[in-house]
Design a protein around this ligand. Structure first.
Ligand SMILES: C[S@@+](CC[C@H](N)C(=O)[O-])C[C@H]1O[C@@H](n2cnc3c(N)ncnc32)[C@H](O)[C@@H]1O
Length: 380
């Protein structure tokens, strides 16, 4: 019979197991860094050394293999279940290590493991399999604060203001009183490029484009649509937050010619929108996770009028880290290809506009280059 320890008494058997795993894990990391022969690493793992281990500095066996640039070992560790997106105490993943060493082979191995894992997890979550996986990146937000949950966000207070740099901002007050940006003026450059790619050489521009935008925020992109050479013939905006809708009322958006504002979540309006078909569709919501964007991708073909129609979305997925951003660039491209939409990417340098100026408001987008997607229906 197995006896459990008295309540409150230390579970020494458990402690011994944990200590042993830590020792084996540390030995695995050290052996890899010491460039021990491949077979001896395999033997250690087969004998129970944990591939998911991270030491006090957050270093995992995968980080170690990336540091010694051993592609064969990286592949083996990934096959054995190493966590592709584990980050060390400096927030670097093994992929970032490979990238910093300019080792394309090692980087691609880790990135592709990330892509496979995220694709698989999207598939499972569509089948309603509950996933709490360390391998999932931004697939399903477990954040229930207003920054990560739409329902909490929609009942939170927003504030439109101008910061000390003269930047227009829309701020959200979190439960603990901290304010985070919903939309920032520094994103204007991205919005300008997006509108240029979506509209400037669109064959239907001269008759006035039929535009659908989801998420008004500061109204940057909607204002840019309005000042096109020929203004949109139809401009539908779906916006869910009551404070944003109030701001739109105060700034005259309800009275603009050709503008229709649908109040509420896009999820509640989209069915009714299938019929007309749009020349241009853009989406940039706040606080929604990748699964919601993926659902949007699946209905996108019904929203686009034809092969000349164009689609874009604000690609901030995984933008705290170069590897994660790359993985989500590929995952979104593959999911769009699944629904018959081919994407072309271009880059926007978001530091071009003096980095220091935007300070903390740039924290959720840590990279220099924004990847701008433009999707079109594939013609057969
Ligand atoms: C980042 S802002 C959009 C900024 C906009 N692209 C611009 O150029 O200013 C996101 C907006 O999406 C809205 N939003 C969030 N979830 C939504 C949903 N499910 N349906 C419609 N709007 C939503 C938010 O209220 C917010 O106004």
């Amino acid at each position: 019979m197995v006896s459990s320890p008295e309540p409150g008494a230390p579970d020494t058997a458990m402690e011994d197991t944990v200590n042993e795993l830590v020792e084996r894990g540390q030995d695995l990391v050290d052996s890899i860094l010491d460039r021990a022969p491949f077979q001896s690493i395999v033997d250690k793992i087969q004998a129970g050394a944990p591939v998911w281990f991270q030491d006090d500095e957050g270093l995992s066996p995968l980080h170690a293999a990336a540091y010694i640039e051993n592609a064969e070992l990286l592949k083996y560790l990934l096959d054995e279940g190493a966590v592709w997106n584990a980050v060390d105490n400096l927030h670097n993943s093994a992929g970032d290590v490979a990238l910093s060493l300019n080792n394309e082979e090692c980087y691609t191995l880790i990135r592709d493991a990330g892509i496979r894992s995220e694709m698989l997890l999207t598939l499972l979550s569509k089948r309603d399999v509950q996933i709490e996986s360390p391998y999932s990146l931004v697939l399903k937000a477990s954040d229930t604060t207003a920054a990560g949950s739409t329902d909490t966000f929609l009942t939170s207070k927003l504030r439109y203001t101008t910061d000390e740099h003269g930047q227009d901002i829309c701020l959200l007050t979190l439960e603990d009183g901290e304010e985070v940006g919903v939309m920032m003026g520094w994103e204007r450059g991205i919005m300008q490029q997006t509108v240029r790619k979506l509209c400037s050489d669109h064959p239907n521009l001269s008759r006035g484009l039929k535009v659908l935008n989801i998420g008004f925020g500061l109204g940057i992109i909607d204002s840019l649509f309005q000042v096109l050479l020929t203004p949109p013939s139809e401009h539908v905006i779906i916006e869910a937050h009551p404070d944003v809708l109030q701001h739109m009322r105060e700034t005259g958006w309800y009275d603009k010619k050709g503008v229709t504002i649908l109040e509420g979540k896009w999820q509640d309006h989209i069915e009714a929108l299938h019929i007309p078909g749009f020349d241009v569709v853009y989406t940039d919501t706040f606080s929604e996770d990748y699964l919601e964007l993926h659902k949007f991708f699946e209905i996108l073909p019904d929203l686009l009028e034809g092969p000349e129609s164009r689609f874009s979305f604000f690609h901030g997925l995984g933008a705290m880290n170069a590897l994660f951003y790359d993985v989500y660039t590929h995952v979104s491209e593959m999911h769009l290809a699944d629904v018959g939409v081919d994407v072309e990417w271009s880059e926007v340098d978001v530091f071009a506009d003096t980095r220091e100026r935007w300070g903390k408001t740039r924290e959720y987008f840590a990279l220099r280059l924004y990847r701008l997607p433009i999707g079109k229906m594939r013609t057969v």
